[in-house]
Design a protein around this ligand. Structure first.
Ligand code: NAD
Length: 485
């Protein structure tokens, strides 16, 4: 990592298979770029289908002994990993910021969430319980939850270190072995955490990391006949293609996809909480968050003054390199910058000039201004499509019924925020809105312990919390005839 020699293990990374770095069968490497400076950080090996085969083989072998070990052994190993991640927190946070662009403080929070995830599931290993089912006196019936075997994990670039842990930690806790395909833009965090886990005592082969192209490494993992499940986090089109391919081998898939989440402010809301929640909801990680509150719905009585304050606060945000701990960093890549700026043009055509922002920032790096479009009809592309950037649309509503109708006017259903001092209304909203997470009076409320996933086009299944264990176990029913003497 040329810019920050003290940060990464090296500026050349290989694959991580069977507890060690392994060269790839392919000469070409991924070039990892700092989105704040456009300079090269590292070159990373790209896994071929044969490399993925080796990783799956190594995982299968490791699984055979791991799942037979007493759960308390798995607790100790996962706890050691959590501790080791925390000890290395600053360096990992620098890596997250350098490869993804997010502000350093946000990266520190994500590294803590990564450590917390291993810690949380360390406490779950010995609570993966079955049930006893009453039949008649002739039978004794019980269920056991068994691990799946080798689990595949396909991770996006927007929160790489935490999203790596989000599915790998519960998979390991339940007794599986993992093969991870990180995003092309951000493989360094996963490679670093895999090394840290091995050094902390994780047996070889339990976490394998195969960076590379979606089309080659990702497809090889998805279509591998010896992989028992795929957890895919990313966009809808890729996710559905992955699920189709996996089902050919009858491989279970869990899909964590995109969103276009409403953030709804009633006139009786606590003003400061609502302003804070709207800004956090759209500008955290430059809007590159699946559950970003990208559609503000505001009650018409307060629309003018609320938007006026939002504009003022937005214009005071310090946009700059995440490593300088700015308020908002760059977008992750040049390709993504092009996508987001194309939506700025679409927005101009659909509703006219934004009330603030709307342009690329004239400096090195992939920076765009935090942007707000006001008076946006719900049938526009900027109100319906996931932009995945710092672009907020504002739409007004008259009353509670209209707020709920507009909130649900989307193909997605990942999250929804609501601000009101009326408790009954908040819970009616929670009941009526079709989304996997409802945030009341604080956007992104909840954490590692609370289930996360989408309704409608936002996905299938839930990560986080105790129920994520369901993704990584299968139920065996055992029924015995005890009547014969
Ligand atoms: P993407 O779908 O382009 O890529 C995601 C991953 O899939 C990458 O690792 C990529 O290499 C891999 N991939 C690409 N083609 C593949 C193929 N044919 N087979 C297997 N793997 C393949 O998504 P992205 O642009 O990296 O991420 C942004 C998207 O992720 C947004 O839509 C965002 O909302 C979503 N996301 C969802 C969640 C969630 O929890 N619901 C969390 C973060 C991001």
């Amino acid at each position: 990592m040329s810019e920050n020699a003290d940060t990464a293990s090296s500026d050349q990374y290989d694959l991580w298979i069977d507890g060690a770095e392994r060269p790839s069968g392919r000469e070409e490497r991924l070039t990892i770029v700092d989105p704040a400076t456009e300079s090269e950080l590292a070159a990373v090996a790209m896994a071929t289908a044969d490399d993925v085969d080796n990783a799956v083989e190594s995982a299968r072998e490791a699984f055979e002994s791991w799942h037979r070990r007493p759960p308390k052994d798995r607790t100790r190993v996962l706890t050691a990993i959590a501790n080791a991640i925390r000890e290395d927190k600053d360096r990992l946070a620098r890596i997250e910021t350098l490869e993804n662009g997010k502000p350093f403080e946000e990266s520190s929070g994500q590294v803590e969430r990564c450590a917390r995830h291993f810690e949380y599931y360390a406490g779950v290993t010995d609570k993966v319980q079955g049930e006893s089912i009453p039949l008649s006196e002739e039978y004794v019936d019980y269920t056991v939850r068994e691990p799946l075997g080798v689990t595949g994990h396909i991770v996006p670039w927007n929160t790489p270190i935490y999203l790596f842990a989000r599915s790998v930690a519960p998979a390991l806790a339940a007794g599986n072995a993992a093969v991870v395909k990180p995003a092309e833009e951000t493989p360094l965090g996963a490679l670093e955490v895999a090394r840290i886990a091995t050094e902390a005592g994780l047996p070889d082969g339990l976490i394998n990391v195969v960076p590379g192209d979606g089309d080659e490494a990702g497809a090889a993992l998805t279509g591998h006949p010896d992989v028992n499940s795929i957890t895919f986090t990313g966009s809808g089109p890729t996710g559905t293609a992955v699920a189709k391919k996996a089902v050919e081998n009858v491989t279970e898939t869990h899909l964590e996809l995109g969103g276009k989440s409403p953030n709804v402010v009633f006139a009786d809301a606590d003003w400061d909480a609502a302003i804070e929640g709207v800004l956090t909801g759209i500008f955290t990680n430059a809007g590159q968050v699946c559950s970003a509150g990208s559609r503000l719905l505001v009650q018409e009585d307060i629309h003018e003054s609320f938007v006026a304050e939002l504009i003022e606060r937005t214009e005071s945000l310090d946009v700059g390199p995440g490593i300088e701990d700015s308020d908002m960093g760059p977008l992750v890549s040049e390709d993504h910058l092009e996508k987001v700026t194309s939506y700025l043009e679409i927005g101009r055509e659909e509703v006219g000039a934004p009330v603030t922002g709307g342009n690329r920032i004239d400096r090195d790096g992939y920076f765009v201004e935090p942007t707000i479009f006001d008076d946006v009809p719900m049938d526009t592309r900027i109100a319906q499509e996931e932009i995945f950037g710092p672009v907020l649309t504002v739409t007004t509503f008259a009353d509670e019924d209209e707020a709920i109708e507009l909130a649900n006017d989307t193909d997605y259903g990942l999250a929804a925020g609501v601000y009101t001092e009326n408790g009954g209304r908040a819970h009616r909203f929670a009941r009526e809105v079709d989304a996997g997470q409802i945030y009341i009076n604080e956007y992104y409320a909840g954490g590692n312990e609370t289930p996360f996933g989408g309704f409608k086009q936002s996905g299938i299944g839930r990560e986080n919390g105790i129920q994520a264990i369901d993704n990584y176990t299968q139920i065996k029913n055992v029924c015995a005839n005890v009547a014969r003497r």
